[in-house]
Design a protein around this ligand. Structure first.
Ligand SMILES: NC(=O)c1ccc[n+]([C@@H]2O[C@H](COP(=O)([O-])OP(=O)(O)OC[C@H]3O[C@@H](n4cnc5c(N)ncnc54)[C@H](OP(=O)(O)O)[C@@H]3O)[C@@H](O)[C@H]2O)c1
Length: 323
């Protein structure tokens, strides 16, 4: 079968002919339709992730959409985080318990683009962040996939006002299209200036900040929170550190919360993915994405790593023909 292969950590993947996987007990073969290239895939393949240096060669892809016996399913894998192969292949072997059946007529590419990024946005907002109807939310990095999904999912969860913040003009445009009430530009490291901009866009103090960036944007957004407000941190796209000041944290008894998909129970992940699929089917949830044939994965991987795409790249197999 055709598959994307990482031969050495830190090197771009190449297409390869691989033998078909043999399912272990309690696994089944999935005919892959679509697999996104996510920041987690790039990080794991770099060999610098907190999961350690992956054993090579391996097929990357921490999630995908495919079919089993004609039924469309979404599935996760632990490729790059633990030994074993992932979704960027024509066939993947997946534990039966991890399959999430998708509604009839689901768009496999659109759902692959949403996938775990939307799961993280939803559960960071609602489970970790305890978003209540009528609250005001700040979404940082709102031009990214997590951010676009979070703007829409915050609204679905009943937020009264969603203020988005993004660095690039394209990111700000994506945030607007996702339905943000106001969009703030993140083009400086000046925490005070960013806090002034966010405050001007808010209608009083924020209740909740969703933070996939860290760095100056997170420190600024923390300053806009009300007493007892929550900041849920789930990614370091801007920085590995954050210049958060002590007075902001203690002065308002803020709650700083970390979030990772890797701590979810299979039941939580399935329920969240099902909600994502339902909202996507209703036309309320979508993120910008590009569809690229699996055979062009090498160039697509480099473009996703460079951030020069029109959204999340989703690799598609010939299995999509006729879907
Ligand atoms: N904890 C979890 O379970 C979990 C799950 C999913 C994702 N994540 C993490 O969440 C983060 C976002 O994921 P994603 O899928 O949304 O990634 P993405 O689609 O690649 O978007 C990343 C965004 O980061 C923005 N950005 C990068 N550097 C920036 C800077 N210096 N200042 C401001 N903005 C900056 C970019 O904004 P512009 O487009 O405006 O340049 C881009 O839109 C990643 O770190 C990812 O690993 C964590």
């Amino acid at each position: 079968m055709r598959a994307v292969q990482i031969s050495a950590p830190g090197h771009p993947p190449v297409m390869a002919e691989r033998t078909m996987p043999t399912p272990r007990p309690h696994e089944t073969l999935v005919e892959v339709l679509a697999a996104p290239i996510t920041p987690l895939d790039l990080l794991c393949a770099s060999g610098t992730s907190y999961f350690g240096v992956p054993k090579t060669p391996y097929v990357p892809g921490v999630q995908g959409v495919g079919t089993v016996g004609g039924r469309m399913v979404w599935f996760p894998t632990s490729a790059g985080m633990a030994p074993g192969d992932g979704s960027m292949a024509e066939i993947a072997s997946v534990p039966l318990a991890d399959l999430v059946e998708l509604p009839a007529g689901a768009d496999p590419v659109g759902l692959a683009a949403l996938g775990l990024s939307a799961v993280a946005a939803h559960l960071a907002l609602t489970w970790r962040g305890e978003l209540a109807p009528g609250e005001q939310v700040v979404v940082l990095g709102a031009g990214g996939v997590v951010g676009q999904a979070a703007v829409q999912l915050a609204r679905i969860a009943g937020a009264r006002r969603v203020v988005a913040a993004a660095r690039s003009a394209a990111g700000r445009e994506r945030a607007r299209r996702a339905g943000a009430d106001a969009v703030v530009t993140l083009d400086t490291e000046d925490v005070t200036e960013l806090a002034v901009r966010l405050t001007a866009a808010l209608d009083g103090p924020a209740d909740l900040v969703l933070d996939p960036l860290f760095g100056a944007p997170a420190a600024a957004a923390a300053r806009t929170l009300r007493s007892g407000g929550r900041l849920v941190h789930l990614g370091g796209s801007a920085s590995e550190t954050c210049p958060l000041d002590s007075a902001t944290l203690r002065g308002k008894s803020l709650r700083l919360l970390g979030y990772t998909n890797n701590e979810l129970s299979p039941g939580q992940r399935t329920a969240a993915l099902t909600l994502v699929a339902e909202q996507a089917a209703l036309g309320r949830l979508a993120v910008d994405h590009e569809s690229v044939p699996l055979d062009d994965a090498g160039a697509a991987w480099r473009r996703q790593a460079a951030g020069t795409t029109l959204g999340r790249i989703v690799l598609t197999t010939t299995g999509l023909i006729g879907q």
